[in-house]
Design a protein around this ligand. Structure first.
Ligand code: FAD
Ligand code: EPU
Length: 343
């Protein structure tokens, strides 16, 4: 492994924040992690694993070692009557993996089309979009324990997935490097069009016979119309999670704010009794949508997305996020939580 010093992370994060990593390298297999030189051992200095850098905000230079995950490969490992089991390297681009599945008529990831980043970061926060989360197609993953230098297999239960949550984001934060993920994909599709916007888009597209390829195209159209392309404007997708409140709190909020948007958590039957609020709506009501200060801003088409118009620093974006948090709390009594990983 060749470790470079004082490397700009500008090309490695979609927020386009220009900070310096003290040391930087790539790895494409567990062997390289096992053979890290003594000075670069994680016990000696801070370590950050990144891949697409599309869910990170750097608020300053990184005084440690950044390792970019480039573990590749997509392989069919098993199949039965109903499913194929496909292993993908953690460093594979997520959308490339989705396209690979679409090309073979393997169903289950079409609603997750065009999410930036890597396969390996998917389980980290249980990526989700348009009615589907990665946990629904997840079989198992292999992860390397940095201190113990051992590879562990995690089943679906072991990962403790929740809304944008997993053991890797909380309990085991910073302890494991995800190496590969095995997905369980359907040979015969079960279409998921419960998300209203997908149905509308399919109609607009004039799709007669439903297919996973058509759903993927619909998702791509919707996403492209709302979300800023990181190649054009720096961003990391939704900056905050959609907050969950009790049904009573929701009723009280609706009295004061009749337009408030909320959805029952886990569906209506057997639900948790909680309601998920649309954070984008709350932020928009506080007047932030389209707001810009210097190069830091709140996207004009989606208030949940904070953006870097050019040379904003991570600190400026972080400070803006704190002001937004505070104003939502003052107005609605609702606490937002950041979804993006702050480094
Ligand atoms: P990085 O940003 O490189 O890393 C994210 C975190 O995971 C970091 O803490 C990192 O240390 C850790 N990590 C990464 N790889 C590994 C590994 N192999 N082992 C251990 N830890 C690791 N997310 C959604 O869920 N749904 C969406 O619809 C969505 N839309 C987005 C739209 C845009 C325009 C953008 C920019 C982002 C969006 N995101 C969305 C967020 C982002 O795409 C996902 O979180 C994605 O999984 C991040 O992948 P990455 O490889 O870029 O991760
Ligand atoms: N809305 C507003 N104003 C806004 C933004 C949204 O009123 O400025 C309203 C919309 O009109 C809509 C509702 O809020 O009625 C929800 O908006 P949208 O469908 O755009 O989804 P979201 O809740 O803002 C979530 C995810 C996205 C995911 C989409 C589609 C989170 C934090 N975000 O966004 O994920 O792509 O749903 O499923 O859960 C990400 O995690 O980075 C991400 C982009």
């Amino acid at each position: 492994m060749i470790i470079k010093e004082n490397v700009s992370l500008l090309p490695y994060n979609t927020f386009k924040i220009n900070v310096i990593a003290k040391r930087f390298s790539f790895f494409s297999g567990v062997e390289e992690l096992q053979e890290l030189p003594e000075f670069a051992k994680p016990s000696r200095e801070r370590l950050l694993i990144l891949a697409g850098g599309s869910n990170l905000l750097f608020t300053g230079d990184f005084d440690g070692l950044v390792l970019k995950n480039e573990v590749g490969g997509i392989d069919l490992v098993a199949e039965d009557e109903d499913y194929v089991y496909v292993r993908a390297g953690a460093g594979e681009n997520w959308h490339r993996f989705v396209r690979y599945c679409l090309d073979r008529d393997w169903a289950g990831v079409e609603n997750l089309s065009l999410i930036p980043g890597s396969v390996g970061a998917g389980p980290m926060q249980n990526i989700g979009a348009y009615g589907v989360e990665i946990r629904e197609v997840f079989q198992e993953l292999e992860a390397y324990h940095i201190r113990e230098k051992k590879v562990y297999t995690f089943s679906l239960n072991d990962c403790e997935f929740g809304y944008r949550e997993s053991v890797f984001k909380r309990k085991y934060r910073g302890q494991f490097v995800i190496l590969n993920v095995v997905f369980r994909l359907r040979k015969r599709p079960v279409f998921n069009t419960q998300y209203g916007a997908i149905r509308e888009e399919l109609e607009k597209m004039g799709v007669g016979e439903l297919s996973i390829q058509a759903i993927s195209r619909a998702v791509i159209h919707i996403r492209s119309s709302k979300l800023p392309d990181p190649a054009v404007i720096g961003n990391a997708g939704s900056f905050f999670k959609n907050p969950e409140v009790s049904a009573d709190k929701f009723t009280a909020l609706r009295e004061g704010f009749p337009g408030i948007l909320g959805y029952p958590v886990n569906g209506e039957a057997g639900g948790s009794g909680k309601v998920k609020l649309a954070a984008g709506w709350l932020i928009e009501q506080c007047g932030w949508k389209g707001y810009r200060r210097g190069d830091a801003g709140c996207h004009a088409a989606q208030a949940l997305v904070l953006v870097n118009y050019g040379k904003a620093t991570g600190k400026e974006i972080y400070e803006l996020s704190t002001e937004i948090l505070q104003s939502v709390k003052d107005r609605f009594g609702v606490e937002l939580e950041r979804e993006v990983n702050i480094v």
